[in-house]
Design a protein around this ligand. Sequence first.
Ligand code: ZN
Ligand code: ZN
Length: 59
Amino acid sequence: MNDQTCQRCGEPVELDREDYELFERMHPECFHYAFEHDLTQPGLSVDEDCGDPACPSAA
Ligand SMILES: [Zn+2]
Ligand SMILES: [Zn+2]
């Protein structure tokens, strides 16, 4: 049974329990958007690259 659901987008998260907890019960990319993406550029769209090497929006 998989009861791991993303706190941000609501989709199932297929990660090890440890990793799931590590990312605050979110997908790694959702965690990034929730906590890191607009830190330096408040209000930045999720479609734009925030400059973080780990940014899912990077080309
Ligand atoms: Zn998610
Ligand atoms: Zn980003």
